[in-house]
Design a protein around this ligand. Structure first.
Ligand code: ADP
Ligand code: ZN
Length: 527
């Protein structure tokens, strides 16, 4: 390793090469580094895996003093410090996992100027003790990693982050850098405001992941669809299957193993030791399938994940982007699969109505889910939709998504939508899809006759479409916000303002023909 004192005079390129062993900077890294070396603040929006760490590590080495890195994730902090020490950098961390004596030793080292990078948890940064330490240290810079934690619109709000600006404010000459891979415009604005970064140089990298193929399919039998996928397209590949509940994780992992697939479960309900072991095996062994809730994945740096499959809906575009983004870090072709159904849309909408939090917070969740459902149902290039959401323009076709390579047919669904909505209205806005479709297709039951719904005008008015197609109509109406659902209140589908625009004939509706699920090995009809 290079002796620490000599970093000071080196150009960034030389530090990159002699300390980290890389020949060239990636897009944007140099720009961020130059900004900090010039003593200015920076705001770096760069996707995961794009090399954000070097952006503050290298200036921390070159500038005199300690680079203080605020990071919310203890595990990541420890990994980074270990990696840095391996290349001879004097890095330390302070968090709740350290015994008091050890923490005191690290503080003494930092105060004595024997430290290049000091990682600290946000709650530690705010303590009086740490404030005193800061005043006694020469500071190279402040790096605020995972800066989206400052925003309530983000997915990982940490109240301590709100006070970071009041700490850094006391050191006006020390440049600051905020970094995040979360990129929705509302969160960005919030970060700038809450961290007082209006004057910072913004460096925005492209969020495109050109080697990921995006596919979204309708869920029919998710276990079967997954098995087909694993056997026919991803045999022997490492991948992640995301599910919403622990129960489903356990059940599907077990089922896959019975079918001879090397699958492991991962969720927060498992023993810490079991989780650690499963994660370790996934990282070290080839071709394991991790069946997990979203508890799995933060900070997982496995380059050769060949697929990520969602069997339940993610809550937002951000979540989808982050989770699918774990595939193909090595730049080799990788696939992102999502399967969803009408029932999932209803369940998600209901879940968000139930979630705690004030009305404003709920409406943010609803909007985020709405944007995501719109993306799922859209016939346009997925890459364009995804990047567009993050404010980045993209000219299709990408030829690397389902909609580009197998364009979907659309049809004029105005009349069908009117029939469906009218059926919701005439049955009293109390029923879900199954009952409504029976009414539309004229399949009377004893219950229906008791309620008199076999005599309403829409009874049998939808015999031109099959029940499966009606399912698709209801799903798309719900996803597009032309219909509301709150199954928890047992109130069934309900009309809203937009529904009436359709019923009054003021709003034409174009619907998609659903593509085939995954090409099945043995279809019923051909068997
Ligand atoms: P992020 O924090 O943006 O998710 P990291 O800083 O963890 O990304 O970097 C991801 C990987 O890319 C690491 O293995 C890192 O060593 C590597 N890397 C970063 N910059 C370069 C570079 N200029 N050349 C080659 N590899 C790099
Ligand atoms: Zn495309």
């Amino acid at each position: 390793p290079v002796p620490p004192a000599s970093y000071r005079d080196m150009p960034p390129e030389t530090v990159l090469d002699t300390v980290f062993g890389y020949q060239t900077f990636r897009d944007n890294q140099k720009m961020v580094i130059d900004t900090l070396l010039a003593g200015r603040d920076a705001f770096a929006l760069m996707p995961t895996g794009s090399g954000k760490s070097l952006c503050f590590q290298i200036p921390s080495l070159i500038r005199p003093g300690v680079g203080v890195v605020v990071s919310p994730l203890i595990a990541l902090m420890q990994d980074q410090v270990t990696d840095l020490r391996q290349v001879g950098v004097r890095a330390h961390f302070l968090n709740s996992s350290l015994p008091a004596a050890e923490a005191a030793r690290v503080e003494a080292i930092a105060a004595g100027g024997q430290c290049d990078l000091l990682y600290v948890a946000p709650e530690r940064l705010l303590t009086d003790r740490f404030q005193r330490l800061l005043s006694n240290m020469k500071l190279a810079l402040f790096a605020i990693d995972e800066a989206h934690c400052v925003s309530q619109w983000g997915h990982d709000f940490r109240p301590e982050y709100l006070q970071i600006a009041s700490v850094t404010q006391r050191f006006p000459g020390v440049p600051r850098i905020a970094l995040t891979a979360t990129a929705d415009p509302a969160t960005r604005r919030d970060i700038v405001e809450k961290l007082h970064l209006a004057g910072a140089v913004r460096v925005v990298a492209s969020f495109d992941r050109p080697n990921i193929f995006y596919r979204i399919r309708i869920k029919q039998n998710d276990k079967r669809q997954l098995l087909t996928l694993l056997r026919e397209r991803h045999g022997g590949h490492a991948g992640i299957v995301y599910l919403r509940t622990r129960k489903r994780v356990d059940a599907i992992a077990r089922w896959l193993r019975e079918k001879g697939i090397a699958a492991l479960p991962y969720h927060a309900g498992l023993d810490a030791e079991v989780r650690r072991r499963h994660q370790q095996r996934f990282l070290m062994e080839d071709g394991l399938v991790m069946v997990a809730t979203i508890a799995f994945g933060m900070g997982i740096d496995k380059p050769d994940i060949r697929f990520v499959a969602h069997l339940d809906l993610p809550a937002s575009m951000e979540a989808y982007y982050q989770e699918t983004g774990r595939a193909g870090r090595d730049g080799q072709p990788a696939e992102a699969w999502l399967f969803y159904s009408l029932a999932d849309v209803v369940a998600m909408r209901t879940l968000q109505n139930l979630s705690s939090g004030n009305e404003a917070f709920k409406s943010v969740l609803q909007r985020k889910l709405g944007a995501f459902l719109g993306f799922c149902e859209s016939p346009e290039c997925r890459r364009r939709g995804l990047l567009g959401y993050f404010g980045e323009s993209y000219t299709p076709p990408c030829n690397c998504c389902d909609n580009c390579t197998e364009p979907v047919d659309t049809w004029d669904g105005t009349i069908a939508a009117q029939k469906a909505l009218s059926c919701v209205y005439r049955t009293g806005q109390r029923f879900g899809a199954v009952y409504l479709i029976d009414v539309l297709t004229g399949r009377a039951s004893e219950r229906m006759e008791r309620l008199g719904h076999h005599r309403i005008k829409t009874f049998g008015a939808g015999q031109d479409l099959e029940p499966k197609q009606w399912h698709s109509v209801f799903r798309q109406l719900l996803a597009a916000g032309y219909l509301d659902a709150d199954m928890a209140a047992r109130s069934g589908f309900r009309l809203n303002e937009s529904s009436w625009n359709i019923l009054r004939g003021e709003q034409p509706v174009r619907l998609k023909k659903d593509p085939e699920p995954v090409k099945a090995t043995a279809g019923k009809k051909s068997a």
